[in-house]
Design a protein around this ligand. Structure first.
Ligand code: XMP
Length: 326
């Protein structure tokens, strides 16, 4: 499959001018491949699928149909951003599916991490399939495959790709960024006019908050996790850490401890903050977050988030801890 090999002559896309040249070339190639047919894309709001969507909107406009499946495990504001950017600003043909209840009902009582991942992955495919079946005249399936996905497609990453779609779909594939590295996808995304926060966002696992709401997910604990995570992100943004720290998030375990609030006993969950730096996610070091900032975040989370009564900072590098908790 020689078209899956990046030619040595291909320059690394590092500047807006190089991105523009790539975009022009891709627009021509996409129009030639797609003609007047329709293309379907699972748009998660992650960097890769967003850049593919923006490229296709430019190339074929309303011939692209984007499907955004909200599995109920998105971070705060993520689905809203997809609707705002793609549905409103870029006027895309966007189908929004709120499947939160389906996912959360299936996950109820399931504590085993790999089982949770499998349920989320399988249900995602099911929901997407159902939406695809409602559409008529789709000839192509677009995917945000990037070059590392091709290099790593030896099975190691299989469980990582929740957005991975069934192989028996009867569509021809459209993969405009498959020869690009992540940093190049970002430069292209900026050149396409996508919001900086969307293009430079930190990696987010496909199963989303599902692997951070540890053990069996409940709606109240998931809600607390989402709110605490949003406060962490807001504070990292405000304090200049957002662009510096590779990945940061909150995990909330399925356990309570005793606390005291307004003079009364207050049992709550702990919010565990993780903030790590890495280049390849194989090893990671812990960010040296200023203690005063950790205190401020603790104050905010414990006072603003219902159900949380302690905040912990995870000091564990990888190895021995993985980046995610499950
Ligand atoms: P770990 O926890 O293995 O994480 O140190 C390494 C990187 O992979 C991400 N991660 C996932 N991404 N689906 C994904 O799409 C998954 O199931 C998954 N598990 C971990 C993790 O966030 C980190 O960036």
């Amino acid at each position: 499959m020689s078209d899956n090999i990046r030619p040595e002559s291909m320059a690394r896309i590092t500047t807006p001018a190089l991105a523009e040249a790539f975009i022009e070339e891709q627009l021509k190639a996409l129009r030639a491949q797609i003609g007047d047919k329709k293309v379907l894309l699972a748009l998660s709001g992650g960097v890769d699928s967003s850049v593919v969507a923006a490229l296709l909107i430019k190339a074929v406009g309303k011939q692209l149909v984007c499907v955004h499946v909200n599995h109920g495990l998105m971070r705060k504001g993520e689905s809203e951003q997809v609707i705002e950017v793609f549905g409103k600003q870029l006027d895309a043909n966007l189908i929004y599916v709120d499947a939160s209840d389906r996912f959360l009902d299936l996950l109820a009582g399931v504590a085993e991490p790999e089982k949770k991942r499998k349920i989320i992955g399988a249900e995602f495919i099911k929901v997407f399939d159902e939406e695809a079946a409602k559409l008529e005249g789709i000839s192509f399936l677009a995917q945000g495959t990037i070059y590392p996905d091709i290099l790593e497609s030896d099975g190691v990453k299989a469980h990582h790709n929740v957005g991975g779609l069934p192989e028996d779909m009867q569509f021809e594939l459209v993969e405009p960024v498959k020869l690009l590295y992540k940093d190049e996808v970002r430069v292209v995304g900026e050149a396409l006019g996508l919001p900086h926060g969307m293009v430079y966002r930190q990696p987010f696992p496909g199963p989303g908050l599902g692997v951070r709401c540890l053990g069996a997910i409940t709606r109240d604990r998931l809600h607390a996790l989402r709110e605490a995570d949003a406060i962490l992100r807001e504070e990292f943004d405000k304090n200049g850490l957002a662009g510096k720290v590779w990945q940061y998030f909150v995990a909330v375990p399925d356990m309570k401890s005793v606390g005291v609030k307004d003079g009364k006993r207050y049992e709550g969950w702990p919010a565990i903050i993780r903030a790590v730096n890495t280049t390849d996610a194989m090893t990671a070091t812990v960010e040296n977050v200023p203690f005063e900032l950790l205190q401020h975040i603790t104050e905010r989370i414990t006072s603003e988030v219902e159900g949380i009564n302690r905040v912990l900072y995870d000091l564990t590098p990888k190895p021995i801890g993985t980046i995610e908790w499950e």
